[in-house]
Design a protein around this ligand. Sequence first.
Ligand SMILES: O=C(O)CCC(=O)C(=O)O
Length: 270
Amino acid sequence: MLSNDALQGHLGAIARDGYTIVEDAISTDVLDALTDDLTRLEQLFEVVPSPNVFEGANTLRVYNLLALSDVWQQVPVHEHVLPIVEGVLDRGCLISSLSSIRIQPHETPQPIHADDQLMPLTKPHAPTVCNSMWALTDFTDANGATRIMPGTHLADHSPNYGEEYVSIPAEMPKGSVLIWHGSLWHGGGANTTADDRIGIAMNYCAGWVRQQENQQLGIPVEVARTFSPRLRELVGYSVYNMLIGHINKHSPVEILDAAPGATPMVWDAV
Ligand SMILES: O=C(O)CCC(=O)C(=O)O
């Protein structure tokens, strides 16, 4: 559990710099379990790099991890990360996507971008997105640590796609988590080593924003039914501010459970 002082420190850093790093966030047994399952999934699905510059010619990505095995269910709700995300967005935040990013040797730098730059909003703006990168290996300048540009979350525009910028590597030991404001300019780094850099991209958005990867159709209903109450809320079986996301004036969680219930809705409060 994060202390209140630690929580406030991380929130202050994100407000000021656009990012923070939580060291020693993830225990070794969790890291090992995630790494083993990811390797299994990559082999099972025979994952190969996608043929586009953004995802990387030497990078393996597995999307929609919550649908694939139980071990990923602990990631979105982690006690050292979620309170910080809730502090940035609010407790009505949602999972936007959960995927892996394995940057292999010979990978070149990913174009610098902001994760919210496809949203047609005037900048700077309140955070609509708050993303995190779990380090399953050490993240170093040489192996492709995420490149960040501190303070750019306050810029009045997004980066020009494909332009080269001066950035710094978010170096962090294995078990750390980098968390950033969705407007921060950043990108994956080049890997000049002989080893893989493995990261888990645990991305969140505000509860009133559309999720990047569709969680309600992407995760089979029978899988979602096994989720904890908080995880169900985070994938979108919930309503934001008692209204947004309702189905016929009911929370979608009641439909998930096939048990119409009494989730308080905005109409009950007026
Ligand atoms: O792999 C990384 O360090 C960053 C990746 C990223 O920002 C992205 O794919 O959107």
